[in-house]
Design a protein around this ligand. Sequence first.
Ligand code: 5GP
Ligand code: ZN
Length: 115
Amino acid sequence: MDCLFCKIIAGEIPSTKVYEDENVFAFKDINPIAPVHYLFIPKKHISGAAAVNAENADVVGKIFTAIAKVAADEKIESGFRVITNNGEDAGQTVPHLHFHLLAGTKMGWSPETGV
Ligand code: 5GP
Ligand code: ZN
């Protein structure tokens, strides 16, 4: 499949890994918008949040479990944000479900300005 994040999981495109288990892969965003900016993705391809369903939803809990573990390891529990963009109008540029983990700065709250 011609999917950028599937290629990153397969190691065909290099990335800086921050977490991996049987179902979940996480790596540093190539264009960070906060001091901590990681992407958490399911190893099995799902095109986005709109494609989550009863059959594949388990991995979303596994991703959030991984996020909590990484947040504890990085000592960012006091302030982090998790975002998923779905669809063009929301700014999704890679059609493989991913959750942005942002931290390390005081964040505003505006979908227009982001952090
Ligand atoms: P989206 O805009 O779809 O919510 O998020 C996609 C994210 O993937 C962006 O923040 C972008 O910087 C990141 N990204 C795109 N291509 C690559 C890549 O080749 N490597 C890494 N590490 N991140 C990427
Ligand atoms: Zn994919």
